[in-house]
Design a protein around this ligand. Structure first.
Ligand SMILES: Nc1ncnc2c1ncn2[C@@H]1O[C@H](COP(=O)(O)OP(=O)(O)OP(=O)(O)O)[C@@H](O)[C@H]1O
Ligand SMILES: [Mg+2]
Length: 261
């Protein structure tokens, strides 16, 4: 079923074995009537790694993410995030877990009528109990903005920022929650190549600075090359091929090659 599952290396397996696994997905299946989207998808996310998932449009990447965060119930399979069984978790435990997960979805989705500061304060207020009464909101807002290089925009409105800056503010809003895992869905889509590169560099910096683990969905081969520690190619509803970028570009299979054209 999975022709390239064991690309090269026992060595890497060993190395990964010693690392902590923070997401496990096993045999995930999801269909919509006769549309079999996921047909036994498997995935592990290791602590501190950037895992890139590539798949063509309609291959089920968003369905997979929705299953992971409990927005959609899979038909079958196991999803375990930081020790929690997502498929059977009650709503309040799910909410609690979601506070540890940051999202950066396509389009920055900032609130247009709020300043940058208010946009960043919003999740803090929503999860107030998480940080206790004495949180220093101003400090946290500035710290998060500084980490994306935009402290000077704190009193501006989103409409006064460029697309790339808006994406960075959205990233700051994710970071302010100090997530352990970040899900990025097409983080560079709609951005010009130079701005895309800035976002990619920033994602890399975040991984190093905050020791976050990340699941990154992208069509952008350049992004995948720079950002990924490991990649999974989602084809026909399964993890068709896995490996590092350098390993996958050498695989001689038409479905794999199609990604790197
Ligand atoms: N709620 C739903 N009801 C019925 N079908 C759905 C639903 N959500 C997704 N699908 C179907 O599942 C398939 C996978 O959709 P999905 O959105 O996961 O694709 P994707 O890989 O994220 O694509 P893209 O790269 O365009 O975002 C598609 O055929 C889609 O029509
Ligand atoms: Mg999608």
């Amino acid at each position: 079923m999975k022709p390239f599952e064991n690309i090269q290396e026992q060595d890497k397996e060993k190395q990964l074995d010693s690392q902590e696994v923070i997401i496990i997905v096993e045999d995930l299946e999801k269909s919509f009537a006769s549309n079999h989207v996921l047909n036994g998808f498997n995935m592990k996310l290791f602590k501190g790694e950037n895992l890139v998932i590539m798949g063509k449009s309609g291959s089920g990447k968003s369905v997979m993410i929705k299953c992971l965060i409990g927005l959609m119930k899979p038909d079958r399979g196991v999803i375990n995030i930081m020790g929690k069984d997502i498929v059977h978790l009650d709503q309040s435990s799910l909410d609690e877990l979601r506070a540890d997960i940051g999202f950066l979805f396509q389009g920055s989705a900032l609130y247009d009528s709020m300043t940058v500061r208010e946009n960043l304060e919003f999740p803090l207020r929503r999860h107030r109990e998480r940080f206790g009464k004495n949180i220093e909101v101003d400090h946290m807002v500035l710290e998060a903005l500084e980490s994306v290089g935009l402290a000077h925009t704190v009193d501006l409105m989103p409409g006064e920022l460029s697309g790339g800056m808006q994406r960075r503010v959205a990233l700051a809003r994710t970071l302010i929650m100090k997530p352990k895992i970040i899900f990025y869905d097409e983080p560079t889509s709609g951005l010009d190549p130079i701005t895309s590169k800035e976002i990619i560099v920033l994602m890399k910096k975040i991984q190093q600075q905050y020791k976050t683990s990340a699941l990154i969905i992208t069509h952008d081969v350049d992004c995948a090359r720079v950002i990924s520690d490991r990649m999974i190619l989602l084809v026909d509803g399964i993890n068709y091929a896995e490996g590092t970028y350098q390993e996958l570009i050498k695989v001689d299979d038409p479905k794999v090659k199609a990604f790197f054209k």
